[in-house]
Design a protein around this ligand. Structure first.
Ligand SMILES: Nc1c(NC[C@H](O)[C@H](O)[C@H](O)CO)[nH]c(=O)[nH]c1=O
Ligand SMILES: CC(=O)[C@@H](O)COP(=O)(O)O
Length: 152
């Protein structure tokens, strides 16, 4: 897809923690609007469902559905008592990386993996770290890089 128009982004958010998801989404959408990009938002139950959602969007695009220049993954994974934290954290990030490399996708990974609520809140929109905005800008940067490499 050539980049004549503004980048069109799919934000896939895992709303496991509604309030933190609101903050991550605020940061991401602010950054995209600031850059003149357009976006759609879809919601999945948890971080493990983000990579399959992106894969589904790619399949839909091949069948005439919306084509996206890039993707932003937003989620919050907070360690609990069991090994599940490691599974959710490692597998979601691994699957995003596999998709990005195998499909040359521009994906900004805003899936936070933290030890506790304090660490979480220190890294969402209501702070200067704003990981949602950082993920959005990462996706836009990779779109621009792909255009440059393709002689755009
Ligand atoms: N504990 C967290 C989860 N767990 C849910 C998984 O992501 C997944 O939805 C479930 O295993 C069903 O497939 N997800 C988060 O995003 N954050 C968590 O802290
Ligand atoms: C990241 C998780 O899956 C975690 O929230 C689950 O909590 P627990 O390990 O106490 O079941």
């Amino acid at each position: 897809m050539s980049q004549e128009s503004a980048p069109h982004i799919l934000i896939v958010e895992a709303r496991f923690y509604d309030d933190m998801s609101d903050a991550l989404l605020e940061g991401a959408t602010f950054a995209l609007k600031e850059a003149g990009a357009t976006y759609d938002v879809v919601t999945v139950p948890g971080a493990l469902e983000i990579p399959p959602a992106i894969a589904m969007a790619l399949d839909a695009a091949e069948e005439g559905g919306t084509e996206y220049n890039g993707f932003v993954a937003l989620g919050m994974v907070i360690r609990g008592e069991t090994y599940h934290f490691d599974i959710v954290s490692n597998e979601s990030s691994r699957a995003l990386m596999d998709l990005a490399v195998s499909e040359s996708l521009a994906i900004g990974n805003g899936i936070m993996t933290v030890e506790n609520d304090d660490q979480a809140w220190a890294r969402v929109r209501r702070s200067d770290k704003d990981k949602g905005g950082f993920a959005a800008r990462a996706a836009l940067s990779m779109i621009a890089l792909r255009e440059k490499l393709n002689g755009g």
